[in-house]
Unconditional design. Structure first.
Lengths: 302, 397, 397, 302
């Protein structure tokens, strides 16, 4: 597992409104937040956490950290992430939405060159129920357990986590790769992490319309994932060519870049079904399908 | 945000992409002060494509014909849109027409250069021969040359076309574009190239750092970060249901459940998630209030399903907001139909019924608060949907 | 290529670095049309620094004083240079003055950000507190912040100053600068920053891709790629020797040998190496001819040592060029002394003696060709130097 | 040794005037030039060498190459080098002068990330006497032997090579790192290569005024080089703050970046002497010093 309670965490943009609300919540949940950064506001304290002007000052005082959670304003997020990479941080959680896509392209190239894991942007981050929170997941919807939950949205992820928890199905880890068009990590990356995680028995993937993430994930699951996967796709009734609220969820075929049907719920559901993956019709069906799978012996041998 | 052709060409000119001498025409009489020699072409400046097929592009040889043509183009609606301005442009004798574009591919997370030797009006031709070059590392001119070679160009055209592609790419990066397209790029007998039509889309999230570009479009935004949309989307004109949720995927999942249960949805409203860097607990309550007002202004909405999955805001605070909304004296409402002409104001009509499903902390208090209101409160989503459908049937029956 | 202060500030304004309201003054009467309110400062626009100490900067409170001050600044030579233009600028009340620069460090082969909390006229103060930040990877704002933290800034000044540094860096990259310097960056009581003086050097090799910058300086270039210099450098005003070589290091090594042997060198001329992409064999011969003409125009030159180490051009071709030069009827020559006033034209004076040392192919033929000329031909460099010294002594003796 | 007669070589900018003159000379000397590139002029032949529009076309037809020699115009050289790196070439010889320094900074960052060796710019390149020529060294001044010659200039390097050859001292390899201010490789890099090269017994370093290359080299030799080194520095009599003909050879202390004396001949010579390195006073003294060293037993044990 990459995210353990022993991980030391820094918060960039800690004095942004969102940082001020969520940093104490993360800390209360058990996350070891050693410092915060807000350029020009160094010297303050938030919930007892010292705030610095720069990451390198924080690290020279507080020691090395493993992970940063970034609440910086969207046009400052790329710089915050590059600053983190420059001081050797290799796990970055980007919460803010509205980061320009070309900033993400720049960051992804840098992350690839330095083997850095990026979560987000426009993501509630990562939660390891009962252990640590890196972001804004509402902890009360989660319970410790063995379901790995991966999505690219926020509140629907909480809804599904709650449905699982209510059904007695706790979660090993839950992550949203984020709702923007250009994302720092991909479904295959996280499916691989969950496949290798000894705490995880079943993977639940919550998808939605737009792009081809789910199609790619379905293909990857069929090829490389041994653990059982349950999928759900939101947006069957969404109108075409309408942005549903975040940049990621739009079905379009700009400049002949995507096939005309790629990105629809039908395309995604049929990709999962072709790959032999069970698809839930509604959120409440997800726990039912997980229970059915847990009762049947594993389909694939290791 | 899309730009009009003349705005795209202004940017092309700035970065050295060859464009024809041209002049903006804001009224037909502007043609009397034309500085370009005849013959010219007059082009309707609308956001919709394919204007050529419906008469939005006219070739004219003298001022009298030009003024007449301008009058008719100004009065020509293209899929409902009238031009505010025309573009008067010199003519160009092309021997070949190419398609060129730079677009961000979200799947491979890199910009992609697109090029086709068969550009022009017939898009299918262009697509059939489309070549792709992924700009996987820092851009350098060789990526543009690679595209021209894949397109099958040779000799001087390699350098002439790759120079245009390189300038398109720089524009794409400098201005945070989602798309820059030249179709067609005309090639004349001397092998000179000319951007004859162009399309530019600026990334909405990046508009804040390009104020000059943001100022080019005064229309209300379809979707603006950090605030509610200016207008509602209609899903089913017969629908009587509206849903109000926080978060795009939750909104879609809720809409799916309504539709799967046979409900007819008129409107949906996503009041946004908590991933804005300047989000504060008050933001959510303010938007619930504004959202309920927006949805209840259309009297065709009979039932609103509120489905909010809470983060930090306790449910009782949200319940208080909803209760306050319901207690307010009814405001004048607006029936928003498909056409402007149907707009009419009706006073004193009743508020829609509310089915409320909240997931979060402080649920007991929330229920207490809403118990004294007409709102129906349910704990789980499936029951809320069932209740919604029952209410709608009762209303219809 | 250096820019004048007002040219540097025009670039600062373009990229959003705060500068004061200012106006170019080309003649004292321009001050009658001044748009900036008094008091103002008038600044001599010369390439030399430290103009303030010699009266090149004056504060004035009204038009009459301003015109008088302008007259005196226009007539004030600063280390031999008269201003063609003055800069009239508003006054600024500074509380602190910082030094900021971006420069390319050739040793670590990266741009370096420089900053000192003690800017202003006393450069030594700035240097004592100078902080360095190497931009080792792609630039991002945090490099600029790192500089401000190292400078010891805190609070809002961190963001205000790092914003200026960031814009300086973008300018440095976009315009291919060797140096961009702000000294001082003034900070007023409200914590606002202002670039009060600025210096920009554009890289000479890159000027070809910045035509707008190249056009800012009409003075003859000291050294231009691909052609000979416009004027000769004088090493020793008593000297009678000139050397003509191909390649900078060979020129220096040859000069060193002359000097080590007690020769007094008047001029040197490096006719360039073969690493120009458009170099052709003819280039070398043309330059030998032009170079010999340049050197022999100064009648103080008694002996020219030609030391050419050949690449592809056979020595006999070079020898033919030299022979032709020596056979040409003597042209009017110019005595170039230290001062303009000493310029005089003398006709029919004899050509300098030539000591020729060529290293390359075709040496036998070369010697034959030069045997019939007054030039002395030698095989190795040490002998050529010895011969040169003998000739000079004979001339003196 | 990195450069062997078996190496396959491509020439970029082969149809530039300089390329047209020198490519046949390189080929005659035994260099295996398999193809040339000149954008927009593909399909031609030069001295029997096929010319392509792009490197990837050349490689797909002619097979992989080890080294590229670039004669492209200065503003096209960065792109040519990046194109070479993108197709996997890891040895690049830049001949052209006038490449803007910031283009070199960009290229050096890329070269460091991809472990690519860059020679030049403004360099005659590399010669392995009797075996191969990568650049514009006049081959007739060189003889095979055991002296490793490293410099940052052109014609003075030929002069020294000729002096060595005349004295019966052939060369194992001669390289000029180039005369511009920002160079793709450094003296220490080449000193290391020559130190490890079994064909090389003695290293001759030809320096000049400007910058601090020689000072850095002196320090590096004292620390890390086991083979004997002879140095020579041109420019003792050069006037200050005058460009001598190429950008590299100027003594300046712009913006307090260099100490006031750094970059002078005195500074360089005394750095060599402090490091225990013999310094020749004139080019003709170099062979004398080499012979003296070859007669005395090695000072440093391996």
């Amino acid at each position: 597992m990459i995210f353990t309670p022993a991980s030391k965490v820094i918060v960039q943009g800690i004095l942004e409104p969102l940082g001020e609300v969520y940093t104490p919540l993360m800390q209360n949940y058990g996350t070891q937040i050693v410092a915060g950064v807000s350029p020009g506001q160094g010297g303050q304290l938030l919930a007892g956490i010292p705030v610095f002007d720069m990451l390198e000052q924080a690290i020279s005082k507080m020691g090395a950290v493993d992970t940063t959670v970034i609440f910086s304003p969207p046009y400052a997020a790329l710089d915050a992430a590059l600053e983190a990479i420059s001081v050797g941080i290799r796990q970055i959680v980007l919460i803010s939405q509205g980061i320009p896509p070309l900033d993400m392209v720049h960051l992804i190239r840098k992350a690839e060159a330095t083997d850095t894991l990026i979560v987000g942007p426009n993501s509630p981050g990562v939660i390891v129920p009962g252990q640590m929170l890196l972001g804004i997941h509402p902890p009360n919807f989660y319970r410790p357990g063995s379901i790995g939950l991966v999505s690219r949205n926020g509140t629907l992820t909480y809804e599904v986590a709650w449905a699982l928890s209510q059904a007695g199905l706790g979660q090993s880890i839950a992550v949203s790769i984020g709702g923007d068009t250009i994302l720092g990590s991909t479904f295959p990356q996280w499916l691989q992490i969950l496949d290798e995680d000894p705490q995880t028995d079943v993977i639940v993937l919550v998808g939605e319309i737009g792009g081809d993430c789910e199609e790619v994930a379905a293909h990857y699951i069929a090829e490389a994932i041994d653990k059982p996967v349950i999928a759900y796709v939101a947006g069957r009734s969404a109108p075409r060519n309408r942005r549903m609220g975040h940049a990621g969820a739009i079905i379009d075929s700009q400049a002949a870049d995507l096939g005309p049907d790629l990105g629809t719920a039908e395309s995604k559901i049929s990709a999962f079904k072709r790959a032999g993956i069970l698809v839930a019709d509604r959120p409440s069906e997800i726990p039912e399908l997980v229970k059915r799978i847990l009762k049947t012996p594993a389909k694939k041998a290791m | 945000m899309d730009l009009l052709e003349y705005q795209a060409k202004d940017l092309f000119r700035e970065v050295g992409i060859p464009v024809l001498p041209a002049q903006r025409i804001e009224r037909p009489t502007d043609l009397k002060a034309l500085k370009i020699p005849y013959p010219i072409v007059l082009k309707s400046q609308v956001y919709i494509g394919e204007r050529g097929r419906v008469g939005g592009i006219r070739f004219v040889n003298n001022t009298i014909d030009a003024i007449a043509a301008a009058h008719s183009i100004f009065n020509l609606s293209i899929v409902g849109e009238y031009p505010k301005v025309l573009l008067a442009e010199a003519k160009y004798d092309t021997q070949q027409e190419f398609y060129l574009a730079v677009v961000l591919n979200r799947s491979i997370r890199r910009p992609v250069l697109l090029g086709s030797k068969k550009g022009g009006i017939d898009v299918q031709n262009a697509i059939d021969e489309m070549q792709h070059v992924v700009v996987d590392q820092d851009f350098s001119s060789f990526y543009a040359r690679r595209l021209t070679i894949k397109m099958g160009l040779s000799g001087d055209l390699i350098n002439a076309v790759s120079d245009v592609v390189e300038r398109m790419y720089r524009l794409f990066i400098d201005k945070d574009l989602d798309l820059v397209e030249i179709n067609p790029l005309g090639v004349n007998a001397a092998g000179e190239v000319m951007a004859l039509d162009g399309k530019i889309s600026v990334n909405d999230a990046a508009l804040g750092r390009h104020p000059a570009l943001a100022a080019l479009d005064s229309r209300p935004r379809k979707f603006v970060l950090d605030r509610l949309p200016d207008s509602l989307t209609t899903i089913d004109t017969d629908g009587q249901i509206a849903v109000l949720c926080n978060g795009a995927a939750l909104t879609m999942a809720t809409m799916d459940l309504v539709s799967q249960s046979g409900g007819k949805l008129l409107h949906y409203l996503n009041i946004g998630s908590e991933t804005h860097h300047d989000w504060q607990p008050d933001t959510l309550c303010d938007r619930v209030d504004q959202g309920l007002k927006m949805l209840s202004q259309n009297k065709q909405v009979k039932v609103i399903l509120v489905n909010l999955v809470g983060g930090t805001v306790p449910s009782d605070r949200i319940a208080t907001t909803i209760a306050r909304f319901l207690q307010r004296p009814p405001a004048p409402t607006l029936a928003i139909g498909a056409h402007k002409e149907n707009l009419r104001i009706s006073r004193g009509s009743a508020l829609p019924k509310l089915v409320v499903r909240l997931l979060g902390t402080g649920m007991d208090e929330a229920k207490e608060i809403l118990a004294v209101t007409p709102a129906l409160v349910l704990d789980d989503l499936d029951s809320a949907i069932a209740q919604l459908i029952t209410l709608v049937k009762r209303h219809e029956g």
